[in-house]
Design a binder for this molecule. Structure first.
Ligand SMILES: Nc1ncnc2c1ncn2[C@@H]1O[C@H](COP(=O)(O)OP(=O)(O)OP(=O)(O)O)[C@@H](O)[C@H]1O
Length: 741
């Protein structure tokens, strides 16, 4: 009957539904497929991947270690700076505020959105064998149908691609083909087949493809080819990739580095949580490609002199719809405005929204629309399962996840998503107490802790990663087998990204979502869109009850752990306060005796030393005494080799100038001609010139002293010696004479 109205039935509506309850054993249960869905699937085939398409195995060649090295270096620097308390208080506060803001932005966590537990009676606890969902909500279905409408006219559609296209057919340069082979990619994925040729034409793109289908390489390859084809003329950043989360930034950066490993192309990562100073230095060097989160990018635009976006030739907005969430919208617009108008813009996501379309209309020019999958398609090889939570059973979620799912069935390579950071942390403690190997990833952790959790999960040191939506987007963790949703996320889009952490790169995966009464509308949407079998999982009540008792007993321990953590935090906080007070005191003391560096830089000091030396030298040229003094002091001075060389050059230059100046001056009238022929002749013969008489000497002496003496006449002694009368009419009389009169 429903088919008459073109509505997809819910599990309750469909009479063909088979629900299999999980037996007490740990055995693998059979999925329950809606027959109608199965029929629909037959017709659709597997249009997402071509049949001959093969994902290459990583072959151990695509190691993340070296790509991560620079990230870890930035982290270490930042931590070191924090530990040493190098920054001023003001800076620290600002940084921390920024960091927190970033984390909140990137989390998408909303504590207020925490699931409300219902304390209903357990009386309506029916037999869990029956698993029903109420009849379809027409409005929701209509709304969901909206997303499938035709693209708007301003898009040129290029969603059809040549299925036989290989990487070799794409006109990519040798270094890129070599990198592709090294990374173990054998054939392009559908989104790569569709996007690379269009991207190489320099056209704007608005692309949508399911999670884990290789979108990163789809935009990175044409970008790298462009950089190789048109080498840079000046040291400027030409490509900007904007990503919503730090972890995704790190991942995209790593892919860019792997793909460009045989080229000279330089990349830079500027995301929150990593060292600001080293990022600034890297940005000043003008890397070819910059991968950034919006918050940190804006920070650099305001605070890193000489860094700007006017030279950006290609702008990529990865997970564009996520970035348009309220926090980033303004920042995104500002960033787009600052980029060159002549740029190529590529916009990518596994889910598109109305807002993205608005953004596309203002930021893309004659864009090409490439929708390899329709909006909000889940990964092609994902098996979706749902566990119904009855209203009176909301309190059982923890027991269901901890016991029935994680302890018995899905024991490793599991990502467990919670709605809030608090929930994630509590689950982390609880699962740890049960004895499972578990880690956590959310915005209440430092960047180091976040990366460490990811690393441990990737390295299989932990089996379960409890995370908030901060890990829902774009993260490519190899081998994730199961995604569990503790509660359903806020939107279908969020759901698609969460469950997209598994079933990636052509592999199979499974998602298990706990669905409460209030979340059933979303379930209906998901069931409607599903192209693969959807299963309703039913768990034996006695197992749930057993674990509920266990959790109750563990409650005290959970409380103790939380209290210990709180105390530790307080201790750290008071230590930080003491440190900052001490720092302030030292700063105040330093301000009283300001360090030289506040006044002069090293260079300025060097210049000053040099000019002082030259002044001395200049003075020394003017007189015997000063010259002697200069030479004496010069010996004491310790000049560097470079200073000495410069000094010597300047010295000779100055000397030459002085000689030239002297030569330009009119010669003084000399009492005796300088080139006395007799004297010259004698000199040439090697003979000694005759001794000058006293009279000669006096007459030819033109020194200042002699002239003064000459003008003043003979001195008192000379007069006495020569018997000359005392000078009369002298203007000064001795006091004695004066008195005698
Ligand atoms: N042509 C290819 N052959 C084999 N593996 C590939 C190919 N292209 C990409 N991959 C691998 O597929 C995985 C997923 O790629 P990527 O992270 O780019 O997907 P995505 O579409 O961006 O996913 P999401 O929407 O979740 O961000 C990566 O591990 C990547 O190495």
């Amino acid at each position: 009957m429903l088919s008459d109205f073109d509505l997809i039935g819910t599990i309750e509506d469909d009479t063909d539904v088979h629900v299999e309850s999980e037996s007490g054993s740990d055995g693998e249960e059979q999925p329950i497929v809606l027959n109608k869905e199965r029929r629909a699937l037959k017709g659709r085939g597997n249009g997402v991947f071509s049949f001959d398409f093969e994902f290459g195995e990583s072959e151990g060649l695509y190691s993340e270690d070296w790509a991560m090295a620079s990230v870890m270096a930035q982290l270490k620097k930042r931590e070191k700076a924090h530990k040493e308390g190098k920054k001023s208080d003001a800076q620290v506060t600002k940084e921390e505020e920024d960091g927190e803001e970033d984390e909140d932005d990137e989390d998408g966590d909303n504590e207020d959105n925490g699931h409300k537990e219902e304390d209903g009676n357990e009386s309506d606890n029916g037999d869990d064998e029956e698993d029903e969902f109420s009849s379809g909500d027409e409005e929701v279905l209509k709304k969901a149908g909206k997303s499938n409408r035709n693209p708007e006219a301003f898009f040129e559609d290029a969603s059809q691609y040549d299925e036989n296209l290989t990487f070799q057919d794409m006109n990519l340069s040798r270094p890129l083909l070599k990198a592709i082979t090294t990374m173990g990619f054998k054939q392009p994925t559908p989104i790569q087949k569709a996007c690379v040729p269009v991207g190489l034409l320099g056209k704007d793109i608005c692309a949508c493809a399911a999670t884990g289908t290789g979108k990163t390489a789809a935009f990175m390859l044409p970008v790298l080819e462009r950089l190789l084809y048109k080498p840079r003329e000046t040291q400027v950043t030409r490509v900007l990739v904007l990503v919503p989360t730090r972890e995704l930034g790190i991942q995209v950066h790593s892919v860019a580095r792997h793909l460009s490993q045989f080229t000279n192309i330089t990349t830079c990562l500027a995301v929150g949580g990593l060292d600001l100073k080293s990022q600034e230095a890297a940005l000043r060097a003008g890397p070819d490609i910059l991968i950034a989160t919006p918050g940190r990018l804006i920070d650099h635009l305001h605070n890193t002199p000489s860094f700007e976006l006017s030279q950006i030739e290609v702008l990529i907005l990865d997970e564009a719809d996520r970035m348009l969430d309220e926090y980033f919208e303004e920042q995104m617009k500002e960033i787009i405005r600052l980029c060159s108008y002549q740029r190529q813009t590529m916009l990518f996501s596994a889910t598109m929204s109305e807002e993205v379309k608005d953004l596309a209309s203002v930021s893309l020019k004659q864009p090409v629309r490439i929708f390899v999958n329709s909006n909000t398609d889940v990964a092609p090889y994902l098996r979706q399962e749902f566990v119904r939570i009855r209203p009176a059973r909301e309190g059982d979620r923890e027991a269901i996840v901890a016991a029935a799912l994680l302890t018995r069935t899905f024991q490793d390579h599991v990502m467990l998503f919670t709605q809030t950071k608090k929930q994630a942390h509590r689950m982390h403690i609880l699962l740890g107490l049960i004895g499972l190997k578990v880690g956590e990833l959310h915005g209440n952790l430092s960047q180091t802790q976040r990366l460490e959790s990811l690393r441990r999960f990737k390295d299989e040191q932990i089996d379960i990663l409890v995370a908030t939506d901060v890990a829902a987007r774009g993260l490519d963790i190899e081998g994730v087998k199961t995604v569990i949703n503790f509660t359903m996320p806020n939107t279908v889009k969020h759901y698609v990204h969460r469950v997209g952490r598994t079933a990636r790169a052509g592999k199979v995966g499974r998602s298990v979502s706990l669905v409460g009464e209030s979340e059933r509308k979303m379930l209906k949407e998901i069931v409607k869109k599903a192209k693969t079998p959807v299963k309703a999982r039913v768990l034996p009540q006695e197992v749930i009850l057993k674990f509920r008792d266990l959790i109750e007993k563990l409650e005290k321990d959970i409380y103790a752990v939380l209290r210990l953590e709180k105390e530790e935090k307080e201790m750290v906080r008071s230590e930080a306060q003491i440190n900052s007070a001490q720092k302030r005191l030292t700063q105040e003391a330093d301000e009283k005796q300001p360090a030289r560096t506040w006044f002069q830089s090293h260079d300025e000091r060097k210049k000053e030393r040099m000019s002082k030396a030259l002044q001395d030298f200049d003075l020394a040229l003017r007189g015997k005494k000063k010259r002697a003094q200069f030479l004496k002091e010069g010996k004491k001075k310790v000049l560097s080799a470079e200073e000495r060389a410069q000094f010597e050059m300047l010295k000779s230059q100055m000397y030459a100038e002085r000689v030239a100046k002297r030569d330009r001056k009119q010669k003084r009238a000399r009492a005796v001609p300088e080139d006395d022929p007799k004297k010259t002749a004698l000199k040439q013969k090697g003979g000694k010139p005759s001794k000058k008489s006293v009279f000669d000497k006096e007459l030819t002496n033109v020194s200042k002293k002699a002239l003064k003496q000459y003008r003043a006449g003979p001195s008192f002694e000379d007069r006495k010696r020569l018997g000359l009368a005392h000078k009369k009419g002298g203007r000064f009389k001795s006091k004695a004479k004066f008195r005698r009169k």
